[in-house]
Ligand binder design. Structure first.
Ligand code: IVH
Length: 709
């Protein structure tokens, strides 16, 4: 163990605050102040200190977002205040009726016009976050409204959920966080992230999610927090639960206040903003593809609320996330209190849902697309039809099994749906409208790009082209290689990549770094300025991180998170390229399938030669410092780990091994210690039956420190 140089605790606290500020700027504000590299450096520093001082690891540390121990089941937790739902209406006239009812109920107390707080109705999974003394202590699903499930360990992994509230609310006099703050909101998956996740699911031969809501809800319902950690989820907060130590007078004040605490909201509109200004602002931010939209609006009465409803419906498909209507709330909390509840819904709010977006059209043909992993994906080509204001011309069909299940035939009349999302899907066909003689559709086993015979791996639902020089695979790989989260080559779009491949200028990713302005100018429609810009951004992309490089190379099953684990474990590309399948299995988060896939990629010489060539062409990676806290403090003692510990299971295992201990999976007579965390199960009984000593985290820290002086 390291010597105690400076007070690590103070250093950790300031690092944690700094990292969480950058998380907030990046995920919630969409306005990062530092580069990914600088962020990674801060994070690595944090990990380094925590590794040396595991006793200082707290649950509010950003390092804990990776996901801790696997749960056996979710425990039940009661809500301090019932989590109610809203009355739904499907017609815009209901907004008048809603105002009317509120007026009747309030009688003389009713104002001349209500001030309505209008915001989108998010289509995700509702959760309640409990902050005690500013720290996230629990996250609970709605459940039956009274009792929900404890999904804290999954919610913790969501980067935009603050683990500790910021005390930077400047909008009012609040500077201290309240004793208790319960915030309700929706966990959603952004549409772009959903699309990417589904691509990966399909590439990996796993089932695609039907829509972003299912993907978000499915991720939170997983017992293994690592799964939630690997899924791109975001939070939008919109309602208070119990609050102690803070007085709030209106919904708009609530949202501005919690935003000040670092919680993401859909946003309130600036005061005195006219409806025209509001629309212009939203349109402009959508053009910039910003996700932090001041999408809520405070307006007067049903007339404004209806304008809001129409406008949001109009821009719905352009929003980065799914919504299924708008929620209209009476802004003033005094009036809300006066109105109270009827049955399980408040009288002070209503959900005006958008009509379902379905339509019928003709399935003209089915085309096969080839992805970067060679997966052949059938895509339905539809007779163009408008659904919810957007013209739909195609829909993904995922794989042959899906075509069979839905019994889709060419020429069929099909029902398509946008489920609030831009990705349309075929819900079903209408066989009763089918012309006689139609036949079931079977995908050709030939790759439509290179004509070679595709194969169907036993354990997968997809057909794959395995021709290593297939142009479609190359194009897909290059698009992945240059992507923002990979090598981040700006200004290299899909069309240009296709042109490079078709012209034979690029045959593998490293060829991109051999491009010259002269070569680019040889292509059609390329100007000198844009050619130079591309050369500049290729040059800029050369300085990268090992994690980005590994991710960019597109090894099967290796997503961004895995690439990061590999990079921080191996630190150097040579060490990574030398790793055996066994060594790979020792990397946190890497299971059998992944290890086999990575090992196969390493064995196949092309990955190695590609990395070597990239290096020759000037691609360099920052070398993060690796901190191996090694000692022999545990002197070969055998440990079994159980329950929830402050560090993830794999980290604890690493820590034991790095200090000379051995980790076993089951308790037996040979076990020296059972290291038991919270909610430890049956192993405790077994240990005491066998006379094995049970120790907790604190006792374990003492063992680690024992020979460290
Ligand atoms: S306010 C008393 N605001 O839709 C309930 N809910 O049944 C106050 N939802 O339960 C809820 N977006 O899960 C509110 N902007 C929003 C919302 C929203 C989505 C969900 C929430 C609610 C359900 C309606």
């Amino acid at each position: 163990m390291p010597k105690k140089l400076s007070p690590p605790k103070a250093q950790l606290e300031s690092l944690k605050a700094e990292i969480s500020r950058h998380d907030f700027l990046y995920y919630t504000k969409d306005a990062p102040e530092i580069t990914d590299g600088e962020y990674d450096a801060l994070f690595n520093k944090l990990l380094e200190i925590e590794k040396s001082y595991p006793e200082l690891v707290t649950l509010d540390s950003p390092s804990q977002r990776v996901g801790g121990a696997v749960l056996e089941e979710f425990s039940k937790l009661a809500h301090r205040q019932p989590m109610l739902s809203l009355q739904n209406s499907y017609s815009i006239e209901d907004i008048d009726a809603f105002e009317e009812r509120a007026r009747k109920e309030l009688k003389d107390l009713a104002p001349a016009t209500f001030e309505f707080f209008c915001e989108p109705k998010f289509d995700g999974l509702a959760v309640e976050l409990v902050y005690e003394a500013g720290r996230l202590t629990k996250a609970i699903t709605r459940g039956d409204g009274l009792v929900g499930e404890d999904v804290t360990s999954n919610i913790r992994t969501i980067p935009s959920v603050p683990l500790k509230l910021h005390s930077l609310s400047r909008s009012n006099s609040v500077s201290e966080v309240p004793e208790l703050l319960e915030v309700r909101g929706e966990i959603v998956m952004l549409k772009d992230d959903f699309r990417k996740l589904n691509e990966t699911q399909v590439e990996n031969g796993e089932a695609a999610f039907a829509n972003p809501r299912n993907a978000a809800a499915g991720s939170i319902r997983q017992l293994d927090p690592k799964i939630a950690a690997s899924r791109p989820l975001v939070l939008f907060s919109y309602a208070p639960g119990a609050i102690e130590g803070l007085k709030i007078k209106s919904q708009s004040e609530f949202e501005t206040t919690i935003q000040g605490f670092g919680l993401p909201i859909a946003g309130v509109s600036p005061k005195d903003e006219s409806f025209e200004e509001f629309k212009k602002r939203i349109r402009d931010s959508l053009k910039k593809k910003s996700r932090t939209l001041g999408l809520a609006r405070i307006g007067l009465g049903a007339v404004e609320a209806k304008l809001y409803y129409d406008f949001i419906q109009e821009i719905r498909s352009l929003l980065p996330f799914d919504i299924d209507g708008v929620v209209i709330k009476i802004n003033d909390y005094r009036l809300q209190e006066d109105l109270g509840f009827v049955a399980r819904s408040p009288r002070w709010a209503t959900a005006a849902k958008f009509p379902p977006e379905q339509a019928e059209t003709i399935l003209e043909t089915i085309e096969i697309q080839v992805g970067r992993t060679g997966a052949l994906t059938p895509v339905a080509v539809l007779k163009p039809v408008k659904v919810g204001g957007v013209t739909i011309t195609n829909a993904t069909l995922h794989n042959q099994a899906e075509i069979d299940r839905k019994d889709l035939r060419l020429g069929d009349t099909v029902v398509i749906q946008r489920a609030g999302d831009v990705i349309p899907e075929i819900v079903r066909s209408r066989p009763e409208k089918r012309k006689p003689g139609s036949m079931a559709f079977t995908m050709s086993p030939l790759c439509p790009s290179c004509g070679s015979m595709a194969v169907k791996p036993d354990d997968e639902a997809v057909l794959r082209c395995v021709n290593s020089s297939c142009p479609a695979i190359l194009k897909g790989s290059l698009k992945h290689f240059v992507a923002r989260r990979a090598m981040n080559v700006e200004g290299l779009g899909d069309k240009l990549i296709d042109a490079f491949v078709d012209a034979g200028l690029v045959r593998r990713p490293s060829d991109l770094y051999t491009l010259t302005t002269a070569k680019i100018l040889g292509l059609e429609r390329q100007g000198e300025k844009s050619a130079q810009n591309l050369i500049d951004s290729l040059e800029a992309s050369k300085k990268t991180t090992l994690a980005r490089l590994i991710y960019a190379l597109g090894i099967r099953h290796v997503g961004e998170t895995t690439a990061k684990s590999l990079a921080s474990y191996f630190a150097h590309s040579e060490a990574f390229l030398a790793a055996s399948e066994e060594a790979l299995l020792a990397v946190p988060d890497i299971g059998k399938t992944m290890a086999a896939s990575i090992s196969a990629a390493i064995q196949d010489g092309s990955l190695r030669s590609e990395i070597a060539r990239l290096n020759e062409l000037g691609v360099v990676v920052d070398q993060p410092k690796k901190n191996e806290a090694s000692s022999n403090a545990l002197g070969g003692k055998k440990y079994v780990i159980t329950g929830t510990l402050p560090l993830g299971r794999d980290e604890v295992k690493d820590l034991i091994e790095a200090n000379g201990g051995i980790v076993l999976s089951g308790v037996s007579k040979k076990t020296d210690f059972l290291l038991a965390g919270e909610e430890a199960g049956s192993k405790i009984q077994k240990a005491s039956d066998l006379g094995v000593e049970v120790i907790d985290w604190v006792a374990f820290q003492k063992q680690l420190a024992a020979t460290d002086s």
